[in-house]
Design a protein. Structure first.
Length: 398
């Protein structure tokens, strides 16, 4: 188990000490996080590193996951898609499965905490079904700047009960929300298996294990198999790059338990790569493999069409690997075009391919972008900064 002082070598004593000082006043306070998946996707990733460190500070933290049938997750994924702008058949049945699953949570969970933090829309209605005796905070991780109106106005009846809302970016704050809102950027944990330094022997071992040859430049995208991450578009871009420079594409993705669309997207991508040895598609939940691929890639792509924040981008930037990523959602918060990576229009395949080629042609440029990116992540997107933000919110809210 990690302790906060383990981060001194990375962020310095001053920041670690500030975190310890800030946690005074929160000792013994009981905080409950609720989300919809213990594994897979950025929210689970964040909770996996944030919760143990909050506990280490003397806060009593619980983390619970809403239980739901397949139907519930099908419906909440449709809500998610609609909140990102897609059409939906917003039936009474969908709404009823959504609220009934939330109501059910009251039968297997008691809440006697000093504050409750609800992540994303899946458990949003819980605030209505519990007797509210403490502040409730809604932590919205998605881009809500252009939601489907019908779904948004339906969800607002629950949102309005919250005491505070936390967004990942200023641009995501809807104009019609009166609730006290604040922005907290997500973060990565530099000491996890996914992000820590690893030696060449480990890299070679995992490349061999998964049959990934590094005899030519590797381009990768690491993301859940989700249409919003546009894996098929990544293949299109790869074809253009590969016409100019002989290289290899690795698409690594795992499934999230709250995303029932994953298997279908995976099948379709795997089908496109069938019989080819220059496109490797891996469906595997493995932190060490994520680390290895982010390090061996000459370029990491993130060709998302929508993106709440994109921790995969942060993870690659931290490793100093050059990134070519979409200028959407939370990605431009992390990537300054031409300084810490390249921002591209994800629909413009020529532009994406030409930025990748620019880096492949000029390793010095790649190294320069990667170096600046690493320093920027160190300053803004590590778990220690994230903890400080949450301590401030909790101190001001409880
Ligand atoms: N991830 C992983 N294995 C994979 C694909 C993704 O562990 O095969 C992790 C990735 O490293 C990151 C998280 O899942 O930590 C994805 O977060 P992000 O914010 O990029 O996107 P989300 O999935 O939340 O839309």
């Amino acid at each position: 188990m990690k302790h906060l002082e383990d981060y001194r070598d990375i962020v310095g004593d001053e920041i670690v000490s500030e975190i310890f000082q800030k946690s005074k006043g929160l000792y013994g306070k009981k905080i409950l996080h609720v989300n919809s998946s213990y594994q897979g996707g950025g929210v689970a990733e964040i909770l996996n590193h944030l919760v143990p460190l909050m506990s280490d500070l003397g806060i009593e933290v619980d983390w619970r996951v809403i239980h739901g049938h397949h139907d519930f997750f099908n419906i909440t994924k449709k809500f998610h898609n609609a909140l990102q702008g897609e059409e939906i058949n917003f039936s009474r049945l969908k709404r009823s499965v959504y609220t009934e699953t939330n109501k059910q949570f009251t039968t297997y969970s008691n809440i006697d905490h000093d504050a409750v933090i609800i992540h994303d829309p899946q458990p949003l209605p819980l605030v209505r079904y519990f007797k509210k005796r403490q502040p409730w905070i809604w932590r919205a991780h998605i881009d809500l700047s252009e939601p489907n109106d019908e779904v948004w106005s339906y969800l607002k009846q629950f949102i309005i009960r919250y005491d505070k809302i936390i967004f990942s970016a200023n641009d995501f704050i809807p104009s019609d929300i009166g609730t006290d809102s604040e922005v907290i950027y997500p973060s990565i944990d530099p000491l996890t298996v996914k992000n820590k330094d690893i030696d060449q022997a480990t890299i070679d071992k995992y490349l061999a294990k998964y049959g990934i040859k590094d005899d030519k430049p590797i381009i990768s995208q690491i993301s859940r198999f989700d249409k919003w991450k546009d894996p098929e578009g990544v293949i299109e871009v790869f074809e253009r790059v590969n016409d100019e420079v002989d290289c290899r594409l690795v698409l690594l993705g795992a499934m999230a338990t709250d995303d029932p669309e994953g298997p279908r997207v995976y099948e379709s991508v795997a089908d496109k790569a069938k019989g080819r040895d220059d496109i490797i598609v891996i469906n595997k939940e493995s932190d060490i493999l994520v680390n290895v691929i982010q390090r061996v890639s000459s370029v990491v792509m993130q060709k998302s069409l929508k993106e709440g924040f994109g921790l995969t981008v942060t993870e690659a930037l931290w490793k100093g690997t050059p990134v070519v990523a979409s200028d959407v959602g939370g990605i431009p918060l992390q990537v300054t075009d031409g300084e810490t990576g390249f921002l591209v229009d994800p629909e413009d395949y020529e532009e994406v391919a030409s930025r990748i080629l620019e880096i492949l042609d000029d390793p010095e440029l790649g190294a320069k972008l990667g170096g600046s990116a690493h320093r920027n992540v160190k300053e803004h997107f590590l778990i220690t900064r994230h903890l400080l933000n949450w301590l401030d919110v909790l101190k001001n809210t409880i």
